[in-house]
Design a protein around this ligand. Structure first.
Ligand code: SF4
Length: 238
């Protein structure tokens, strides 16, 4: 399975440049029927891709990781998205058998105390549910953009994810922030109102703050930690 899936990478990388993202999503959903999934956190970028999928009624399952610690605004935009597109968004939740002992031993806000606690919390609330969401699928569509961080500059729009044994596709990897905002406005796409209050990368409420002008895109995530340790394990880059 792994070998045969991975063999598609060079073929897809060659084909990629012949298609606009909307059409490439359509092609993938045809060629890998019922095996293409898209993870959304309802960010600006993810809302662009949700629009591309839902507008064309593509058979791509949209899913989200409900960590239990999201902003109220995130649940609102989740609901507005369902209303607008009449589509389904599958939610994956933390495994209670992992979460309950963790909170019992360390408390609800242990992530502020150490990087280790923070990584354990991210593993329980995000990484483990993600693995369940991706299991058995061929393509994982994401809203990553190269401009988000130095670690994302060298990504390829189609790449192999060794830890999850899946092909990743980033349809708007090389879009600018201006392009993303223009697409949202032109298509009247519902978006998280926190974006209008200085929040750019929006995750869990206790671990996300607004950024100031000139700060890095990811500066508002786990701001109390060393910048080099700030990935949550969902996207691992070499
Ligand atoms: Fe836990 Fe914060 Fe990670 Fe959310 S972002 S899973 S609250 S450590």
């Amino acid at each position: 399975m792994k070998q045969s899936l991975q063999q598609n990478i060079p073929i897809l990388q060659n084909l990629l440049y012949q298609y606009e993202p909307e059409k490439f999503l359509q092609k993938l959903s045809n060629d890998f029927a019922k095996s293409v999934v898209f993870s959304s956190s309802f960010s600006f970028e993810d809302q662009v891709i949700t629009h591309m999928i839902a507008h064309q009624q593509l058979p791509i399952q949209i899913f989200t990781l409900d960590t239990g610690r999201l902003f109220a605004e995130t649940y609102s935009v989740w609901n507005s998205t369902l209303d607008r597109y009449k589509t389904s968004i599958k939610a994956y939740y933390p495994d209670h058998a992992l979460l309950e002992p963790f909170v019992l031993e360390k408390g609800p806000n242990a992530f502020y105390k150490s990087v280790e606690n923070r990584k354990d919390c991210c593993y329980i609330r995000k990484v483990e549910p993600l693995k369940r969401a991706l299991a058995g699928n061929a393509i994982w569509v994401t809203g990553l953009r190269a401009a988000h961080s130095a670690a994302r500059q060298d990504l390829q729009a189609i790449e192999w994810d060794e830890s999850n044994q899946i092909i990743k596709y980033h349809p708007i990897l090389h879009w600018s922030s201006e392009q993303v905002v223009a697409y949202i406005q032109e298509n009247n796409i519902p978006y998280n109102p926190l974006h209008d209050k200085g929040f750019v990368s929006i995750g869990c409420a206790p671990c996300t703050r607004a950024i100031k002008e000139g700060e890095d895109f990811r500066a508002g995530r786990w701001w109390w930690e060393d910048a080099n340790k700030k990935e949550c394990g969902l996207h691992e880059h070499k």
